[in-house]
Design a protein around this ligand. Structure first.
Ligand code: FAD
Length: 286
């Protein structure tokens, strides 16, 4: 938490990490977490592999955040590939590890799952998963939201109606999909009011520090890329150091603008980079 230098109000600062693919690399993520802990973030979220791959690592990393770093962890969990039995196991494991906050998601179709298997999933939407988690244990639930609507949503009205339904299942806060155009986020906040969605929303900011980062994950996210950012990427395409700096400055510029608009939560998609997280945190919190 830090004080907003423009409004004097508290700002919740958090970031997202992901489990490494190789078991050998767990040491690296623990070191990264130790470094991020120095910034005293309000919480750190840990992603969950599509379809549940790596779910043990998510729980182990969340436990490290809670019990070693003494920071609040938020364990992601997806409905894709989830059965009731698996959910029972996972919730027991999280409880054993004293992790009691979950980001409940639908998830996307994992690469190794057929379309039929995905369509036949036990929990159809994040809201179904949330209902069962709530029945089975005492967990605080966060959910995802999409300032530029979810790519599968037919229209804005549907997107917001289903979001409202999801939040009413007992969601305490929302984390937004990454966005690069703050105006889209402000419009989204206005729309939430119209649909009576009143829980806190953490603004998802992804620093683009490599020219090729706008590849799969950003294009799948459906987030639009403003001209200002695409110009930077074109300018620094062959200059990795220049791109890193320009990407950090763009993220700082976005965060400063959010603070001026009195946004209460900033969630950095930090890609396991503690140095980038630190640079951004120090610039915006000072
Ligand atoms: P939902 O809320 O279920 O919505 C999915 C779509 O279904 C939307 O279009 C919605 O409008 C529609 N919908 C919802 N309810 C209904 C209904 N009752 N009837 C008809 N339509 C409905 N993926 C991972 O695999 N692992 C992660 O760790 C992960 N972390 C993420 C973190 C954040 C902050 C975000 C924003 C996304 C993350 N994702 C992750 C990606 C996420 O799983 C995908 O975006 C997925 O496509 C949607 O998940 P959701 O929980 O938002 O889905």
């Amino acid at each position: 938490m830090f004080k907003n230098k423009y409004t004097g109000e508290d700002v919740i600062f958090s970031c997202e990490v992901f489990p490494p693919k190789r078991n050998d690399d767990m040491y690296d993520i623990f070191r990264t977490l130790d470094e991020i802990t120095d910034l005293k973030p309000d919480f750190i979220s840990v992603t969950y592999g599509a379809g549940g791959s790596n779910s043990k690592k998510t729980a182990t990393i969340a436990s490290y955040i809670k019990n070693i770093c003494e920071v609040q962890p938020l364990a992601h969990m997806t409905a894709a590939g989830m059965t009731e039995e698996k959910l029972d196991e996972l919730l027991s494991e999280l409880k054993r590890k004293q992790v009691d906050q979950i980001l409940a998601l639908r998830g996307d179709k994992p690469r190794d799952m057929s379309e039929e298997e995905f369509e036949a999933r036990h929990y159809k939407f994040a809201s179904d998963l949330i209902d069962d988690i709530k029945k089975k244990g005492d967990f605080k639930i966060t959910a995802a939201c999409y300032p530029e609507i979810h790519p599968e949503s037919v229209n804005l009205d549907d997107d917001l109606k289903f979001l409202k339904y999801k939040v009413d299942r007992g969601v305490e806060s929302l984390i937004s999909q990454m966005f690069f155009d703050n105006e889209k986020f402000y419009d989204f906040l206005d729309n939430l009011k119209k649909y009576d969605v009143t829980c806190p929303v953490h603004a998802g900011i992804m620093p683009i520090t490599r020219a090729n980062q706008l590849g799969t994950s950003v294009s799948l996210s459906g987030s639009s890329v403003p001209q200002k950012l695409s110009n930077l990427i074109a300018k620094y395409a062959d200059d990795p150091a220049g791109m890193r700096q320009a990407g950090i400055e763009y993220a700082i510029w976005q965060c400063e603008d959010l603070l001026r608009h009195n946004v209460k939560g900033i969630h950095l998609y930090c890609m396991n980079k503690s140095d980038i997280t630190k640079e951004i945190y120090e610039a915006i919190s000072g």
